[in-house]
Unconditional design. Structure first.
Lengths: 234, 229
């Protein structure tokens, strides 16, 4: 697995500075969770790692090598908070990334069947993706990312607004996947970060307030902002 | 008056059902002229809409505002400008487009291109903000991203083309000023309705009006049904 390192990343949108000198290293495998309140910069950070935005300054390194946006897009896949389905079947949604990589239709069919089993949606191939429930669409979104076997999987609030059943399935898929993959999970759900993450990074107002293993960060926060976040005072 | 209208409707239905050759030839000419106009507009308006929607460049907002403003251009004003351009002493006089069906088609294509561009840009932009990022993160190249956005926005783009056809099909100013309403040459549904009403041929006017409305209505309905399915 590549070692993801974010070094002195800043990102501004006009006069607004979304991220300010952010530094962190992800765990080699397993889940690194970026926590923080809405507007803390979690989504922006993930979009930068995914190569969907260009940093105003700073670097993103994989295995110690500086990576440009095009390469980041090749090595990572992002699952967005708001589910977006292409206007076709679940199969076509899952196959899209493989088709542009010119895989054979037989290989695509095999991978689609496998990944649908992973997200507990066997037999959904011919269903119209946009007619699925919100939870099912988010599971297809996760499957659509997993099927590409990215080196780094980026998830932006994947269970926000989902019912407990669908959220539970997504969490268990992430747990199963985490042993073979590097995952960066942005969430405002601290309980989820505690359950899943090997490392937690707390972003507050575009800065890294604190980072560390969840048992340390949640039990003995050193930063005042982290303490307030844990106590629900923000 | 009511009696006249009801009598006109009965006579109109008789003309339509009997397959009156005048009615049929005018209808076919209208379809051909406005169909060609829509095709000519679509050929350059859709690629331009894609560029405006998907690229970032200086003056983009101004360009969008310009095409939005053109949506409201009065057809008689456009007809007058084109008349001056196409007339024998005008800069395009050498092409002999005045009083020809092709002249009407070109004029209507200028009229309806802003519809394809404005509605097309809105549709592509609405789709692109989400689809663009998704396609990118799934590994698509810039060209593949554009193709995917175009495919996903297809329903909206088709609607814009249909709206453009309906506008061309139902307009009068350009057809009258550029076509001249010459029988069997440039006479189309709208110019015929205008002429026949002036002559007091209410039945024929109503028949042509029913045909015009039916075609516009059926086309819009078909596209909506197609989108739903």
């Amino acid at each position: 697995m590549p070692k993801l390192k974010v070094r002195n990343i800043s990102k501004s949108f006009g006069p607004i500075r979304a991220l300010k000198d952010v530094n962190f290293e992800a765990e080699d495998t397993g889940i690194t969770s970026v926590v923080g309140v809405s507007g803390a910069g979690k989504t922006t950070l993930l979009r930068l790692i995914a190569g969907l935005e260009t940093p105003s300054s700073g670097e993103i390194l994989l295995d110690g090598r500086l990576e440009k946006e095009v390469n980041l897009r090749k090595r990572t896949t992002m699952v967005f908070q708001k589910t977006v389905m292409f206007g076709s079947t679940a199969y076509d949604n899952l196959a899209y990334g493989l088709r542009i990589r010119h895989l054979s239709e037989e290989e695509i069919r095999r991978r689609v069947e496998d990944v649908l089993k992973v997200v507990r949606m066997d037999g959904y191939e011919r269903r119209i993706a946009r007619k699925l429930s919100g939870g099912e669409q988010q599971r297809i979104s996760l499957a659509r990312a997993l099927i590409l076997r990215p080196e780094i999987l980026l998830l932006d609030e994947p269970t926000a607004n989902l019912d407990l059943g669908n959220a539970g399935i997504i969490e268990s898929v992430l747990r199963e996947t985490a042993s073979q993959k590097q995952i960066v999970l942005a969430t405002h759900n601290l309980a989820q970060a505690k359950r899943l993450a090997a490392k937690v990074v707390h972003l507050a107002e575009g800065f890294v307030a604190e980072e560390g293993p969840p048992e340390v960060l949640f039990q003995h926060p050193r930063d005042e902002r982290t303490r307030r976040l844990i106590n629900g005072e923000v | 008056m009511l009696e006249e209208i009801s009598e006109g409707i009965i006579n109109a239905l008789r003309l339509i059902l009997s397959g009156d050759p005048t009615v049929i030839s005018i209808t076919w000419r209208s379809l051909a002229v406005s169909g060609l106009a829509t095709l000519l507009a679509t050929l350059w308006a859709i690629p331009l809409a894609m560029i405006i929607a998907l690229r970032s460049f200086r003056g983009k907002r101004l360009l969008k505002a310009f095409f939005n403003a053109l949506l409201g251009i009065p057809t008689v004003v456009l007809g007058l400008i084109l008349y001056l351009l196409f007339s024998r002493s005008g800069p395009l006089g050498l092409f002999h487009l005045l009083y020809t069906p092709l002249g009407i088609s070109i004029g209507q294509s200028v009229l309806v291109a802003p519809i394809v561009i404005s509605f097309g840009v809105s549709s592509i932009e609405a789709t692109s903000s989400e689809v663009k990022d998704l396609a990118k993160t799934l590994g698509a190249s810039d060209t593949q991203v554009s193709l995917k956005v175009a495919k996903e926005a297809l329903g909206g783009v088709i609607l814009s083309v249909v709206a453009a056809f309906n506008r061309a099909f139902a307009e009068l100013g350009i057809a009258m000023m550029i076509g001249g309403n010459i029988a069997n040459v440039t006479r189309v549904l709208t110019t015929s309705i205008s002429l026949e009403t002036a002559k007091g041929e209410i039945a024929l006017s109503i028949a042509l009006g029913i045909i015009l409305l039916s075609i516009v209505f059926c086309l819009s309905l078909a596209v909506n049904l197609l989108r739903r399915s």
